[in-house]
Ligand binder design. Sequence first.
Ligand code: NAD
Length: 445
Amino acid sequence: MFMNRKTSRRHFVKQLGLAGAALALPAASYSRVLGANEKLRVASVGTGGKGWSDLLGVAASPAVEVVALCNIDSSADHLGRAAERYPSALTYADYRKMLDKSDDIDGVIVSTPDFMHAPISLSAMALGKHIFCQKPLTHTVKEARQMQLAAQKQKLVTQMCNQIQSHSAYRTAVALVHAGQIGKVLEVHSWQGGQPSWPRNIDRPAGSDPVPTTVAWDLWQGVAPRRPYKTGIYHPFNWRGWQDYGTGQLGDFGCHILDPVFKSLELTAPLELVAEAPPLKPETWTDKATVSYVFPGTERTAGDTIRVTWYDAAGVQPPAEALSSLPKSAELPKAGSILIGEKGSLIIPHVAMPKLYLKGEETEAKYDTVAGVDHYVQWADACRGEDKTTSTFDYSVPLTETVLLGTVAIRFPGQTLKWDAAKMTIPGFSQAEPFLSKEYPKGWM
Ligand SMILES: NC(=O)c1ccc[n+]([C@@H]2O[C@H](COP(=O)([O-])OP(=O)(O)OC[C@H]3O[C@@H](n4cnc5c(N)ncnc54)[C@H](O)[C@@H]3O)[C@@H](O)[C@H]2O)c1
């Protein structure tokens, strides 16, 4: 059956209650095959904040033409400076309107707050657009799985923007583990000891403030429940601390800090996890949490399973007993991971070159470094068939699901959650399952 663009997008988005099932995608929505001399025509949604550097990063490729810019805020820091930089690009406040006229768009950069990544990306994928999407890929676990299914079904080029994966530091760390420098890995500890500036552990402020004339507050709220506008509380940046919009400190940093752990150990879905955290306020995330995951062992790990423990709190570090394999001189970064192996330990700071300690040695071992690559241009090149991305949705969805499962566990401190990744269920504790997905408001999409 023929479907027009608007109908096909809506039809696709309606599949959103069916996580885990194959998505029924409309025909005639596959991506265009680009000729050798053709430019990749790119749209950017969320052109302020990190979106500004995402846009500049992708457009650094001479083979990219920026054809559309979308932002719910028309002020200089958000839509304004992007429109000035790319004056021939069409501008929009509403990404749905942009996609309804998207015949000349090949790929979409999605740099909005976390809770809008999935509706925007899924809508664009339904129309056959390649996707470069910020981390964490989605707000809920089931949205993440749908992103993977959609990308597979549509055969799209995808990249999550956990760009440090492409830096020399993380690439070198992965290569050291793969070269067997620390032997098979016994356990991993990852932490973020930095203090976020965004709101945590607070209640919703009373009242409302006038919405700036440049801001379309209803469009910003998108698929989230409606609430009054408050200056400086949600838009921009501070949405991170609110459960309706962001994913807390684990969601903000997990897809970066756990990335070299995932890549080097070739982890997939956890078998179970348990969190320690103070009780959540009704609407915000906590200011500290520990999440302990058990994954199936891999070729890179010593046992049948491997434990990976995440810690976040101001100044937090892994417990002393976890560090007993390190020489006394070893200094830990504020954020990063330590992989403890049978032949040595590897500290992977976030973001700096790794430190390798071979068993019994008091000083750092020397190693060869691996050069970095350009995470942004790699996607543009891959869309044109000239490279491959490394944070494809086949890779970044299991990583995102792991991170987001941690945010579910934080709601149930002390409760071990088993995870059935194939069925997307939490056997024996179904009370947690409603937090794996969310309803989009009726009629909004
Ligand atoms: N990879 C990294 O290192 C990194 C760093 C910072 C942020 N991020 C990610 O980037 C994303 C944005 O974070 P931020 O700090 O820039 O947030 P922000 O709130 O500062 O900026 C978001 C931008 O998107 C616009 N926007 C919001 N909703 C929109 C919508 N529905 N349609 C179009 N435009 C919309 C806003 O006006 C703003 O310009 C988040 O997912 C965040 O996790 C990643």
